[in-house]
Design a protein around this ligand. Structure first.
Ligand code: SF4
Length: 754
């Protein structure tokens, strides 16, 4: 079963009661996302009003979605939790490990044979623990979630940053790390700082070449890549109600590019149409009974300034197409300004590739609007000057688009149809000649355009735009082509113009498919064996970390004193290391290899105190571990910023580190360290960072009295015989101290004590 209507009805029943109580407790009307948040409190009925941007709140999301790259470690940890089934409905989607090269058929087979071990593992774990499994080729996680699972008023987490796509159908959907997914699947609380709220009022109506993508490109231009941090972006207004559900999904999806916690639209007629078109009439009917709860209270709409922390207004009637880039998604250029802007910046004008796809823009509506441009080109005697590629968002979209002739139209224009998967959006693109690193331009309908992201070439200038603009630019072959004003010369030497795109919000003959790629788990998971080859280099079953022995830790060695910025990328790099995400011991070979050693300003070169020689961080850590010597990491400000990647906490733990002592932590990483049984400590006096010496031996003096709000005393013994006693603060509550004592939060879950 794709979704559980009884679960949704249950959510709605408790939503009514909880929202009514929350309104009384908060003492004012509520916005839509506040209603969803208060309806999903872990402890049930709201008891206090939470302060946005300050209070940490425990939530109980309705479901979990995981993609194949992140699901590996999430599920390896879930196996450790010792549960029979996931506590909430969960799904795995095989979409990231499929390369685009020559076309769907060949590429998909190639990916299946290359990553069969990982796919088989994900399939068997899904089967065992009651998790829905979407096979390779079924589609991109967020499109599949929108088609099958997203529902208005719901709350979900996903192990992927574009999980907010489901906000297009009125869900609070948030991207998280695998450890968070494990907590929710194990039935534990999921903590989030009560987000701030940014209101975006949409007035007017899109027309001509303007599309939902241009709304979010405009928002990104205004707010920049950090502007949404810690906030939910709520869209409303007459303009919001004029957009399709998948168009709203596009806007919410790319909210990740402004750092927003998530983005959301209220339930409306377009949501109902989409639910019915995707064969979820019962969800639509249940939502119709709840309409007043599936939107903000009316006072919020009439006086939004009073309810949002920040308010923006965009007039859709005035919007023209935009291209954001290169190298960052917030560098926004309206199409009418591209000629002068590109010339002024020296951006290569000749476009080599136009790519349509990604979870952002691969819906039926997207393909139909782009196909209308392709059809015009065929009818008007034009061809494509750039290469052209399409990744449909899901098998349902692909099958339907094929039935309706859209794919044939693209193919007539020499487009390659790649697999229903992420493909070039995540760098899974075997682009011919990319290794020559030549300066070139591509346009795509994806969400991110950082250097090297699509093809690994740092000199590829990638611009993000709408699918219809990608089609027009692939035809014209020029970055500065403005289809609203510019003519093209056809095969007969005549000047022609492209008319504005036309498309169908939903397929007029309905969605169709033969095999949507879904595989339900077996009823009795106990009969399923999860097989991991002990010689595998990509997968490794986890062993629980050892519990604390109850003694003060003594004789620890300094592994590294990291200098300056040390993000989760410095601690556990991505890129080529992605393939080891399911193998803790192998990926641990990248531990802290990007961190700068404060004593020599080198990366990945630290002193091994046993030999006195310098070596890599992983080798040095392994040497200490082999000698039964615990190690300690010292860091600077905001240590562990970046992603919620749990590998950055698991790897040092695996290599024998027991504590991370820093000037300050990025909060998610601090929590991840706690979950993995590490001591996450901060200098009570930040100046003490300077007292740490390269050859220090460290003794904990009062770990045996570890208690909430009581700093710990650490003795740093220097080689000249002098000592410094350093006071270390921590934020462990009594439950988290139990995680430390048990060796990890997972060990406690396993013991049934969490
Ligand atoms: Fe992430 Fe791109 Fe895949 Fe979307 S299509 S989930 S952005 S890799």
């Amino acid at each position: 079963m794709a979704f559980d209507i009884n679960m949704i009805k249950g959510v709605y029943a408790q939503m009514q009661q909880r929202v009514d109580s929350a309104r009384t407790i908060v003492g004012r009307p509520l916005t839509y996302s506040e209603k969803i948040l208060y309806a999903h409190l872990y402890n049930g009925n709201p008891a206090v009003a939470y302060t946005r941007g300050e209070s940490y709140v425990d939530f109980r999301p309705d479901r979990v979605a995981m993609q194949d790259a992140t699901a590996q470690m999430a599920l390896l940890q879930f196996i450790q939790a010792g549960k029979l089934k996931t506590a909430v409905p969960s799904t795995v989607h095989c979409d990231h490990l499929i390369q685009a090269k020559v076309g769907a058929k060949t590429d998909l087979q190639e990916a299946i044979s290359k990553s069969s071990e990982v796919f088989n593992f994900l399939e068997s774990v899904s089967n065992k623990y009651g998790i829905g499994f979407w096979k390779p080729g079924a589609g991109i996680i967020h499109q599949v979630v929108l088609e099958n699972y997203a529902f208005p008023g719901g709350m979900m987490i996903g192990t992927d940053s574009h999980t907010p796509n489901a906000g297009g159908l009125g869900m609070v959907a948030i991207g998280v790390g695998g450890a968070d997914a494990v907590d929710v699947m194990a039935g534990m609380a999921w903590e989030l700082k009560m987000p701030k709220l940014i209101g975006v009022k949409l007035i007017g109506k899109l027309s001509g070449w303007a599309s939902p993508k241009d709304v979010i490109l405009e928002v990104a231009g205004r707010l920049t890549v950090k502007g949404g941090t810690g906030a939910i972006v709520e869209y409303f207004g007459e303009g919001a109600e004029s957009l399709s559900a998948t168009g709203k999904g596009t806007i919410c999806n790319m909210g990740a590019e402004i750092g927003a916690t998530t983005s959301i639209f209220a339930y409306d007629d377009a949501s109902e149409r989409y639910l019915r078109a995707t064969d979820r009439h019962d969800v639509a009917e249940a939502a119709n009974q709840m309409k007043a709860y599936l939107r903000s209270d009316e006072e919020v709409y009439t006086n939004p300034e009073a309810y949002y922390d920040q308010l923006i207004e965009i007039n859709l009637s005035e919007l023209e197409p935009r291209l954001n880039g290169p190298f960052t998604p917030d560098l926004m250029t309206p199409v009418s300004k591209m000629k002068e802007t590109a010339a002024a910046n020296g951006w290569p004008l000749e476009v080599e590739w136009g790519l349509i796809g990604s979870c952002t823009n691969s819906s039926y509506e997207d393909l139909s609007r782009a196909a209308s441009i392709a059809q015009q080109a065929i009818d008007k005697g034009l061809g494509t000057k750039a290469s052209f590629g399409i990744n449909p968002g899901s098998e349902v979209v692909r099958y339907t688009a094929d039935r309706d002739g859209l794919l044939k139209t693209f193919e007539e224009l020499n487009a390659v149809i790649f697999t229903n998967a992420c493909g070039p959006c995540i760098g899974q693109w075997d682009r011919e000649g990319a290794d020559k690193e030549e300066k070139n331009t591509i346009v795509h309908s994806f969400n991110r355009n950082f250097k090297k992201r699509a093809d690994g070439n740092p000199n590829t200038y990638a611009f993000v735009t709408s699918p219809e603009m990608v089609a027009a630019i692939a035809i014209a072959g020029r970055l500065d082509f403005n289809p609203l004003t510019d003519k093209l010369v056809n095969k007969n030497g005549e000047e022609v113009m492209l008319d504005a795109p036309k498309g169908d919000e939903l397929p007029t003959k309905g969605y169709a498919f033969e095999d949507n790629g879904y595989q339900a788990p077996v009823e009795d998971g106990s009969i399923v064996d999860v097989i991991v080859n002990s010689n595998s280099e990509r997968l490794q079953l986890l062993e629980g970390f050892k519990p604390w022995n109850g003694q003060n830790i003594t004789g620890a060695k300094l592994l590294i004193k990291a200098f300056g910025k040390c993000t989760t990328d410095h601690i556990s790099m991505a890129g080529p290391w992605l393939r080891f995400r399911g193998h803790l011991d192998n990926i641990a070979n990248n531990t802290l290899i990007g961190a700068v050693n404060a004593f020599n300003q080198d990366v990945n070169k630290v002193k091994n105190q046993i030999t006195g020689e310098y070596g890599t961080v992983p080798d040095t850590a392994r040497a200490y571990k082999a000698a039964n010597i615990p190690s300690i990491i010292v860091g600077d400000e905001n240590y562990g910023e970046g992603s919620s990647r749990e590998h950055a906490a698991m790897q040092p733990r695996h290599l024998g580190s027991v504590a991370v002592l820093v000037r300050s932590f990025a909060r998610i990483h601090e929590t991840n360290l706690k979950k993995q049984g590490m001591l996450a400590l901060t200098f009570a006096d930040k100046a003490d960072y300077d007292k740490i010496k390269e050859d220090d031996t460290i003794n904990f003096l009062d770990l045996t009295e570890f208690a909430p709000e009581k700093p710990l005393k650490l003795e740093f013994v220097h080689t000249d015989g002098t000592k410094d006693i350093i006071l270390a603060n921590h934020t462990y509550n009594s439950q988290q101290i139990e995680w430390f004592k048990a060796g990890s939060a997972l060990n406690l879950i396993k013991a049934g004590k969490a």
